[in-house]
Design a protein around this ligand. Sequence first.
Ligand code: GDP
Length: 298
Amino acid sequence: MFENLSERLGGVFDRLTKQGALSEDDVRTALREVRVALLEADVSLPVARSFIKAVEGKATGQAVTKSVTPGQQVVKIVHDELVHFLAGDNETPGDLKVDNPPAPILMVGLQGSGKTTTTAKLAKRLTEKNGKRVLMASLDVNRPAAMEQLAILGTQVGVDTLPIIKGQKPVDIAKRAKQQATLGGYDVYMLDTAGRLSIDDELMAEVEAVRDVTSPRETLLVVDGLTGQDAVHTAENFDQRIGISGVVLTRMDGDGRGGAALSMRFVTGQPIKFVGLGEKMDALEEFHPERIAGRILG
Ligand code: GDP
């Protein structure tokens, strides 16, 4: 896992072996290489800078262990710091607040991010793993096909969907979902909000209104893990307007380097909760910080 970056750092640290501790200069030189690695992994520049700064203080002065090269040691420090940062404090991967039935989960994100697929995947997981009774509702009134897609996926995974009533506004569908979930004895109801191609005021106002009538226990932002910097911009916007409680990174079965995960955590302070690993309904895993850290460092 550490080879590439360690190899790169090898030359930088050759003279250091005699000194026995990591000096400020050597750490700075090494971290310059780390910064390049982070940027290559799609971590945004301000985030890479802040992260390196945090690591710098920790690495300087550390005694060099005999069993590893100084280069490997810096990479290990960076790796551990990355995991610590991505994992947060007292967070259990994949943990969702779904007590106090019926617990609303609001799913938000741009069109094409994998929101509807992820809604169904999560509903399946909550049903099978957590033994919850789940109701799903699509609020995508502008795209009847999206509403039908959720119903089809619901049938596929054995999760109920709210019957579609044409002409209803998203807020009214949300209210109906809440009522149905209460009367029907559901533990959780999931609201798949409309996605747009870009963030616009109308979309945000609509999601805000839905949030205000349901008070979601979780607001999960679904983002395409391959979109890098754009994903970070999206996360920042949704967090500022709506307030998110976590992120689901999709398409991590692709060859994206995962830098977006670090940037989004940095910008929103919210955890990455799940990772989408394919189109199939069971291709969803809780987030493993050490896997993403390995991927980021290459
Ligand atoms: P939405 O517009 O955000 O609701 O997006 P959809 O849920 O309709 O997903 C768009 C496409 O992405 C579909 O073809 C999904 O099967 C696919 N998709 C969703 N999540 C993943 C994932 O984690 N990996 C891969 N490879 N494809 C995904």
